[in-house]
Design a binder for this molecule. Sequence first.
Ligand code: PDD
Length: 275
Amino acid sequence: VIGYYNGKFLDPTSSVVPIEERGHEFGDGVYEVIRVYGGQPFLLDWHIERLLNSLHAIRIPSPHDADGYKELIVSAIQRSAEEEASIYLQVTRGAAARNHLFPADTTVPSVSLVVRPLSAKPDQKPGKLLIQPDERWANSYIKTLNLLPNILAKQAAHDAGADEALLVRDGHMIESASSNLWFVRDGKLITAPTDRFILPGITRRYVLELAGQLDIPVEQVKLPLSELSSVDGIFITGTILEILPIESVLSHPVFGPLDTLQSGSPHPLDVKPEE
Ligand code: PDD
């Protein structure tokens, strides 16, 4: 495992981040997770394109151009000598005295990175989803560090014996806590369109490209939760899990049993605990 922070390669457990780093205090930054296969970063150009879009969306001037990120990533992989790995890359607005307002233009954004070895094959045992309300903000297309709703939804899924959360917003199935969501119905693939409420996954984009090459029809629509029982298959996609088939969907107590699902369910915080 190797780490990198603002120009230096180091042990990722070393304490180098200033207390008043804005990523640390505000979650004021963005990130990417990139897969390395056989020592080569996979779909790197798409990841860098999305990183630059995320930075632009939250008004952080990028400290590197696309080639600069490529050089950094390639040198980190070489230094790690890993063949099968994940790369975590984070850019924040930098370190400055705590203030909600952006710091002065002289504050330099911080760049950190970790290369971590992975086993070559992810666990491909079919997974389970737990239906959860999508409590994220209205700009989930930005890959920001603010992952609290994702973390809580995924932990709830884990606690219920599932692998991922199936996030529902306004009665529609959007994506998962850290992956995109796909359905198979009548020989077609169905996935939500990339509007502001979903993360435009790199693996999603790759699967769309593969489907095009294989002449598999794809419909980009948000399916209502009430149509879950009409699908023939479900899978989720993400950089590290790749493509994971789903064998079952569990319901959240707030949504009630699957056969009585309807939109407009009460918010979890409106549900009074038993006296
Ligand atoms: N998660 N949706 C969300 C909310 C995600 O966080 C991710 C990725 C995806 C899949 O995107 P991609 O195919 O580009 O990995 C969809 C990363 C891996 C993470 O947070 O660890």
